[in-house]
Design a protein around this ligand. Structure first.
Ligand code: UDP
Ligand code: MG
Length: 266
């Protein structure tokens, strides 16, 4: 089911700076990789071996082949119903990038595992309640997608990060996005779109209680996330209260400027 990292060009490292060098169950960061296949261990002392800031990060996992240019990564964030999924598919089609929808991946995993697996049963409850799945799970799922699609030119990640700690963990374990697009929408517009979608799609988290909770979760977390990416000059805000095609026109201009400044339109 999950892509194993045994292909030739896939490099997986475990780098250890301490005596805790045996991957396996138990507390600590190793648990994060419980479900990954056995990986070739390679122990090394990191260049930052003064054990200061990164001493907690005992393991690193190279998601992308370090000998190749890293694929572009764009995050699309915004409130529930802001049009992330729609715009993500459009960008992916236009630039021949891969779509990665975190919400969809989690929903698919739920369908597959929730009845028989306690962990996914709990995550199903969390999501149906409009709250966030544990970030270990979410980031692991994201990594699997990246590994599975190694040769992609770029990835558009829909609906991630949802909280600041996910932002940091992604950066530590995978890297920095090249661009973050924030789809800014009024609350009224978000509610209207979600209610419409509830009638059309019957998603388990499009119920009144979960909608309110998701709006709350978004409001609580977006300020810090936006501030963080603002300080790094990575985020652009797009007015998403408009028609789909107008929003997409703006997004194309932004992606072109940021990712392909000297190239012609594809
Ligand atoms: N979710 C999560 N972590 C993420 C992204 C999504 O836990 O990083 C969960 C969360 O419960 C969210 C749900 O998945 O409400 C649906 O996410 P999606 O992006 O599909 O929601 P949308 O914004 O499209 O309504
Ligand atoms: Mg969506």
């Amino acid at each position: 089911m999950h892509q194993h990292c045994s292909s030739n060009h896939q490099q997986c490292f475990i780098s250890s700076t301490t005596q805790d060098s045996t991957p396996g169950p138990g507390p600590g960061p190793y648990r994060r990789y419980d479900r990954l296949p056995p990986i070739q261990a390679q122990f090394s002392i990191e260049s930052d071996s003064d054990m200061t800031e990164s001493s907690g990060l005992i393991q690193e996992y190279d998601v992308f082949d370090p000998s190749k240019p890293r694929p572009h990564i764009i995050f699309i964030i915004g409130g529930p119903g802001s049009g992330k999924g729609t715009q993500t598919s459009k960008i992916a089609a236009h630039y021949d990038f891969e779509c990665v929808s975190v919400g969809e991946i989690l929903r698919n995993q739920l369908l597959q595992h929730a009845p028989s697996d306690r962990k996914w049963e709990l995550i199903a409850q969390i999501i149906a309640n409009g709250e966030l799945a544990p970030q270990e799970t979410t980031i692991e799922e994201l990594k699997h997608q990246f590994i599975k699609k190694q040769d992609a030119k770029g990835f558009i990640v829909d609906g991630f990060p949802r909280e600041i700690s996910q932002t940091f963990t992604f950066e530590e374990q995978i890297g920095s996005p090249d661009l973050v697009i924030l789809l800014a929408c009024s609350n009224q517009q978000l509610r209207q779109r979600l209610e419409k979608r509830a009638l059309q799609q019957g998603r388990p988290d499009d119920n009144t209680h979960a909608i309110e909770k998701r709006l709350d979760t978004f409001k609580q977390n977006i300020t810090l996330i936006a501030k963080y990416y603002q300080e790094r000059g990575l985020i652009t805000r797009v007015d998403a209260d408009r028609e789909e095609d107008d929003i997409f026109t703006d997004i194309k201009t932004i992606v072109q400027e940021r990712l392909f400044p000297k190239e012609e339109e594809p």
